[in-house]
Design a binder for this molecule. Structure first.
Ligand SMILES: [Zn+2]
Length: 509
């Protein structure tokens, strides 16, 4: 029986986004639990598709003892504040020291993202691993990473072993926790750290093109799943597609391999890196303007809703879920049977709750983040339905997640141009990647003619099966779909921003 400390600290940082993540953002629950410390951690993550849950389940089944430290996450946004990062990492150090004071510890497992950038340092996870390594000395540290990790040399050097998700939408988060447990178990059994080979790739992949439900990512992850040879000497390989909206030195995809010896690790990393690089040109997705997408959706006569992904305001990539470009296009285009979600506007939701179901009012909706060039939608609304924002996720990504989105409303836009457009409004940011958020307000997604979703890729797991067609729409917003449009100032030199596209010139002021 091993004694294993477990913790998690998740943030995906879009350095171009409008709002930073402060301590309160990690403290409060959203789609995922709020900051949970000590034994409360185990209950907080239980049954949710989260790496920590999968790890704890696997370790417990094997008879190991869990020492819970703390787990927290905040919705993707701009930088984590120095205050939040330092307070949370200090808690990790304190809790780990308390665990060590009670007796010897066999290992530490961490549920990390890998794309956390802070006000005062670029590589949140690498620095955290370095500090915890200082506390633990030679005790093994194993961590799982998001597929969107911008992996650094510091991360791979400070951990004994890392392993990343293999799906986008991330349906294998809990499974990745179990994978991390298998690596940890092997690390303890062999008594030896695996050899590591790490390759940073020199091009960026747009988020919408990273989905593993389509080529080329689908077959690349099949390579990762199946491994290379089966003599058992290769422990694991990972391919992280990276998170382009992050202006840091090490932004971009990477591959890494862990094996019994250096030669095997190097060969596996080379093989995977070559396979990915050979498909660089295939990472492409058609992007639609809002007007084109609405016209195409209205003309649809296939069964099922037309799904319009409002990718540039995806709160899962740092948007604030409050831009109204797609809403305006739906109303102006005369869309009928259309529902857009999930707008985050606490003031609107509060006004709707004050007015009550059936009430009508004139109100501004959206543009609360004050992004330059963005104005709210102003018009008359009918409040059709209210909700308290508490429901449980049912789709493949958010299964089991106990949502706390605050006061919610279903508002119909009253407009004399013949449109029939409804908006789902919440008080917390939530990526529209789960049908349950619509059902919470009495909307059956499969019966809608058009669904506007503030999401880039995660929605595909739950919505593609009911969709007539999926269009990725580029309404104005902060989560730019095309990495060529970001003003990188820290990205290392020589990175292609698109296949055959411009190449980064290196850091500048
Ligand atoms: Zn991710």
């Amino acid at each position: 029986m091993a004694r294993i400390a477990v913790g998690g600290f998740q943030h995906e940082t879009n350095t171009f986004a409008p709002t930073r993540a402060d301590y309160a953002a990690f403290e409060r629950p959203d789609a995922w639990p709020g900051l949970s410390r000590g034994p409360a951690l185990i209950e907080a993550v239980a049954g949710i598709n989260l790496p920590a849950a999968g790890f704890i389940e696997a370790a417990t089944a094997a008879g190991d003892a869990i020492e819970p430290l703390l787990w927290c996450s905040a919705v993707p946004s701009a930088h984590v504040t120095e205050d939040a990062y330092e307070r949370i990492v200090a808690m990790f150090v304190e809790d780990l020291e308390a665990v060590l004071a009670k007796g010897s510890l066999d290992a530490l497992y961490l549920d990390l993202h890998g794309a956390m950038a802070c006000e005062h340092l670029e590589d949140g996870e690498g620095e955290m691993l370095r500090r915890l390594r200082g506390v633990l000395k030679d005790t093994p540290i194993i961590a799982s990473l998001d597929l969107h990790a911008n992996v650094t040399r510091l991360m791979v050097d400070e951990a004994d072993a890392l392993v990343a998700y293999r799906t986008y939408p991330h349906t294998d988060m809990a499974e990745t926790g179990a994978r991390a447990y298998a690596l940890l178990e092997r690390r303890l059994r062999t008594g030896k750290r695996p050899a590591l080979a790490f390759r940073k790739l020199d091009f960026l992949i747009a988020l919408a093109s990273q989905t593993t439900l389509a080529e080329p990512a689908r077959s690349l992850y099949r390579l990762v799943d199946e491994g290379h040879g089966d003599d058992g000497r290769l422990w694991s390989t990972s391919f992280t597609t990276g998170f382009p909206p992050s202006d840091i030195t090490d932004c971009g995809p990477a591959v890494f391999a862990l094996a019994d010896n250096q030669e095997i690790a190097e060969a596996a990393a080379d093989e995977l890196a070559h396979a990915v690089t050979a498909k660089e040109h295939q990472f492409a997705t058609r992007l639609w303007t809002p007007d084109e997408a609405v016209a195409h959706a209205i003309a649809n006569n296939k069964p099922g809703p037309m799904v319009l992904a409002d990718t540039q305001d995806n709160p899962g990539a740092g948007g604030n879920a409050d831009t109204v470009g797609l809403l305006e296009a739906l109303v102006k285009g005369g869309a009928r049977g259309a529902v857009l979600g999930v707008m985050c506007d606490p003031s609107f939701a509060a006004a709707a709750h004050n007015a009550g179901e059936g009430a009508q009012f004139m109100m501004k909706l959206g543009a609360r983040s004050g992004l330059p060039g963005h104005r709210p939608y102003f018009g008359r609304f009918l409040i059709e339905r209210l909700g308290d924002g508490r429901f449980t996720g049912t789709g493949p990504v958010y299964r089991g997640a106990r949502m706390a989105l605050g006061p919610m409303a279903l508002a119909r836009v009253l407009d004399d141009r013949g449109s029939e457009v409804r908006v789902v409004v919440a008080s917390e940011k939530f990526q529209a990647a789960d049908q349950a958020v619509f059902r919470h307000l009495g909307v059956e997604p499969s019966e809608c003619r058009v669904l506007g979703l503030k999401s880039s890729v995660h929605f595909r797991a739950d919505f593609e099966p009911i969709a007539a067609e999926v269009l990725v729409v580029v309404a104005p917003g902060p989560a730019l779909a095309d990495p060529r449009h970001f003003d990188y100032r820290r990205l290392r030199k020589g990175v292609r921003l698109a296949p055959d596209g411009p190449i980064s010139t290196g850091p500048r002021d």
